[in-house]
Structure formats: structure tokens, C-alpha cells
Design a protein around this ligand. Structure first.
Ligand code: PHE
Length: 466
């Protein structure tokens, strides 16, 4: 990032010195680093398994293209136009066009959601870190599915071990955020993302040798609509937001460092494609292994921690590949974790005048503390179901509830507000100015954002509530 003065942007409330990404590529990489994470490799396969496969994947892809992509463009646009942290960007734009500055609360919801997500994201990130050690010490080599299942349940059953890894993961995130994220982040992502991609291809290649590849492909890509539930549609929609890092002000924050000459549409499409590519590859890597070993596709959050080790355990040099894989998974989660903490820290700096170090320690520390509740709900508090009196939440632990409310409620809601703000409140002129697209593609985007996106989100929402 250079330290150019932001002279070519909209109104800025910023009191801190801001700069720009060093290049278009730097933005693409950072945005991809945020988007590609546990959502793609851990969450996508297991929710696909839980929701019956093909039909769910199809709905998910539709959500990415027709809801996610238009909203990603809208978020980046808000950031670049506003030129400040998410909350202040929205306020500046609203104020300048004579609208209620209370719109900033929409971005505020996003910042809060990001904070809540990070609290349990860090716990899962900790699982990834712990598997680096498990793999490196050869514990996964040649093990049976049962033995590998026991390693995983052993980890979840011990709160102190989980706490240690959660602390380490959160510490890593805070370290980068405290130092200002761009220098380290840009460089790390350039090397790590392609490496992750290649390793995923290695696992896919192994999956092809299991004899169950066709079954895996069929599970992912041949839709059986009888297996699709309305809750599944909500999960798919929520996941489209989660995986693209939308609805929580992250893309607004990253967009605020984007220079004016970069095409928002092209970069957003690129980021969405890479994100979707990684998720589908993860599915292709995992499901053949699931079927080959008689595992359950709907096994839930432990899915990748039980399937991938089996694959690696059976390969030549498996321990090495497994170690590498979990290192890269840790990095993918790390770059996403950083982007989850950044919006709140940026706001504390800008609004409360705290310095970066203090903001990071305060926000990260609180988030760490909340993470402890998620850890306990995996073991000592596994019977604690705070909303269990409602049929809908029966059996859901604190961890499940955090996941449900953030991914399936707050994210779509945040996305809906962004769509309304950009589609209905901001002036068309401002949008054309920022996007600089041909009139045909502009209209397509604009109408999708104004009509289709809000209606789709609302329908799915209401349908699930009644
Ligand atoms: N997109 C990330 C993932 O798929 C998670 C994330 C969500 C990161 C929101 C930042 C903001 O893992």
C-alpha cells in the first residue's frame, strides 16, 4: 500500500491517515484471502453433506451469482465512495446526499456480526492449528476411520487443549491486525493462496484413485430436490454471504483502500470465482473419501477433520502432505480472521481515537473471551441450550446458536440493508460513476440489486420464520 493522500474520493470523516492498496492485484488477493477460509474447506462440505448434496449446491451457486456478487460489488462501492471505515463511509455517503445518517447502523450491525463470528471462527481455526501438530508427528499415518474419529472427539472433549489453540489462533490474528494489516497480509496471501489451491488438487487427484470419485461428483452435482428443505435454502443463502465475506462490512473496509481506476465489477467477479472454485474443489476432494470409507456425509462440523486425515494417512508421504495441508488451512483461516477483526479495530481507532495497539487488544481480547463459551459448549456445556424452549432451537448449543444467528440471520439482514442502501438510497449517478460499466451491464446489476436481491432475501427469511 502506498501512502498517497486520498484526493480522488468522496467525503471522508477520517482523522487517520489513509492510503491505497499498492495494486489491483493486492486488493484481489486480500479480498480473496478474506473470502477463502474455513467457510470453503470446512463449512461448505459439511453443510452440503447435511443438506443432501446436489440440490443444495445448485441453490448455493445461484445465491452466489444472483445475490452474493451484486452485494459484493455494492459493498466495495460503498467503501471506495465513502473512503473511511465502514460505519463512517455509510454515514458520509448518506449525509452528503441528504439522507438519514442512521444508515450507518447497518454497517454497525455488520461490524458486530464480524465480531461474533470471529469468536467461534477462532475456535475452529484452533482445530486447524492443532492438526498441524497431529499430522507432523505422524499420528494420522495409516490410521483407521475409527481411530481418526477418536483423535477428533478427543480434541473436542478437552476444553484446555481447545483453549490453548484458540488462544494461539486469536493471538496470530491480533498480531497482524495490531501491526497494520497490509504489508504482511499482501505478501502472505500471494504465496499461500496458490499453494492451497495446488494442495487441494493433490487431494482431488488422490480422491480419483479411491474408485468413488464418480459417486462424489454425483453427490455434489446431480440435484435431488426431494432432499432440499426450506432450512437448506436459508443455509445456502447464509453461506453465500459467509463465504464471500459479505454482510459484515469487511468488503466495505477493503474497498475503502481501493483506487479509483480499478474495475469493481471485474475484481468482484474474480474474487467470487476463486472462492467458489476452492469450495467446489474441497467438495470434490472430500466426498469420494467419505464414500470410500463408509463415512456419513452428514457428519457435521467434524467432516474434514475425519476425511482428509484418512486420505493423507493412506498416501505416500502422507504425513508431509497432511502437515502442509493443515498449515495452509490455518493460513486461509488466518487471513479471514484478520479481516473479521479489522472493521471493529478500524472503527475504534477512527471513532474513539484509540491507537491501533489498544484497539486490537481490546477488541481481540473480548472476542477471545466470548470464544470460551463456544469452547465449553463443545464439551462441559454441551447440554446447555439457552433457547431450547423454542422448538426451532431445540438442542442447539451456544456454539450452534452463534453460528445460526450470525450466518443465517444477521448476514442476510446486513446484505439486505446494503442492497437497499445502494439500490434505493444512493444516487444512480454516484453508482455509475464508481462502477464505470457499459449501460447494459450496469442496468443488469442495478435491477438485480434493487429488485431481485432484496426480494430473494426477504422471501427466504420470512418463509423460514413462519
Ligand atoms: N469468508 C470467510 C470464510 O469463508 C469467513 C469470513 C466471513 C471472513 C466474513 C471474513 C468475513 O471462511
Amino acid at each position: 500500500m502506498s501512502n498517497a493522500t486520498p484526493s480522488n474520493r468522496g467525503p471522508s470523516q477520517s482523522r487517520i491517515k489513509r492510503g491505497f492498496w499498492s495494486s489491483r492485484m493486492a486488493f484481489v488477493l486480500a479480498a480473496t484471502g478474506s473470502a477463502v477460509g474455513l467457510g470453503n474447506i470446512w463449512k461448505f462440505p459439511y453443510i452440503t453433506g447435511e443438506n443432501g448434496g446436489g440440490a443444495f449446491v445448485l441453490v448455493y451457486l445461484l445465491c452466489i451469482a444472483a445475490v452474493g456478487l451484486p452485494i459484493m460489488m455494492a459493498e466495495v462501492l460503498i467503501g471506495r465512495r465513502g473512503g473511511a471505515s465502514p460505519i463512517n463511509s455509510v454515514r458520509a455517503i448518506a449525509k452528503r446526499d441528504g439522507h438519514n445518517p442512521a444508515w450507518r447502523l447497518a454497517a454497525g450491525l455488520g461490524v458486530l456480526t464480524a465480531f461474533l463470528i470471529l469468536s467461534f471462527y477462532s475456535v475452529i481455526g484452533g482445530w486447524a492449528v492443532s492438526y498441524v501438530g497431529t499430522a507432523a508427528t505422524g499420528q494420522l499415518a495409516g490410521q483407521s476411520a475409527d481411530a481418526i474419529g477418536e483423535i477428533f472427539s478427543g480434541l473436542l472433549g478437552s476444553p484446555w487443549t481447545l483453549l490453548m489453540w484458540h488462544t494461539l489462533f486469536m493471538g496470530l490474528v491480533m498480531l497482524v491486525v495490531a501491526r497494520g494489516l497490509r504489508k504482511g497480509l499482501e505478501r502472505a496471501v500471494t504465496i499461500l493462496m496458490p499453494a492451497l489451491f495446488v494442495l487441494l488438487l493433490v487431494v482431488v487427484a488422490y480422491s480419483m484413485t479411491t474408485g468413488y470419485f464418480g459417486q462424489g461428483v454425483a453427490f455434489l452435482f446431480s440435484p435431488d430436490f426431494s432432499k432440499l428443505t426450506t432450512e437448506g435454502v436459508l443455509v445456502a443463502l447464509g453461506h453465500a454471504f459467509f463465504t464471500l465475506s459479505l454482510g459484515m462490512a469487511v468488503m466495505i473496509a477493503y474497498g475503502s483502500y481501493l483506487s479509483k481506476d480499478v474495475s469493481i465489477a471485474k475484481t468482484s467477479i474474480l474474487v467470487s470465482l476463486m472462492d467458489t472454485g476452492v469450495a467446489l474443489l474441497a467438495g470434490l476432494a472430500i466426498f469420494p473419501i467419505v464414500f470410500a470409507n463408509g463415512l456419513e456425509p452428514g457428519a457435521g462440523p467434524g467432516l474434514i477433520f475425519q476425511t482428509l486425515p484418512l486420505a493423507f494417512g493412506a498416501m505416500p508421504m502422507g504425513s508431509l502432505f497432511a502437515t502442509l495441508f493443515f498449515v495452509l488451512l490455518t493460513f486461509a483461516a488466518w487471513t479471514s480472521g484478520i479481516s473479521l477483526l479489522e472493521p471493529l479495530v478500524e472503527w475504534l481507532e477512527e471513532q474513539k481515537g484509540l491507537n491501533r495497539m489498544v484497539s486490537t487488544i481490546g477488541a481481540g481480547g473480548l472476542c477471545w473471551l466470548l470464544g470460551v463459551a463456544s469452547i465449553l459448549s463443545l464439551n462441559l456445556w454441551s447440554d446447555v441450550t439457552p433457547l431450547g424452549m423454542f422448538a426451532m432451537f431445540e438442542g442447539k448449543t451456544i456454539f450452534d446458536l452463534l453460528d445460526f444467528f450470525t450466518a443465517s440471520v444477521f448476514l442476510p439482514l446486513g446484505g439486505l440493508l446494503v442492497a437497499i442502501f445502494v439500490g434505493w438510497i444512493m444516487t444512480r449517478q454516484a453508482l455509475q460513476d464508481e462502477l464505470a460499466m457499459g449501460s447494459g451491464t450496469f442496468s443488469l446489476w442495478y435491477n438485480t440489486l434493487r429488485y431481485f436481491t432484496p426480494v430473494a432475501v426477504l422471501v427466504v427469511f420470512v418463509y423460514n420464520l413462519v
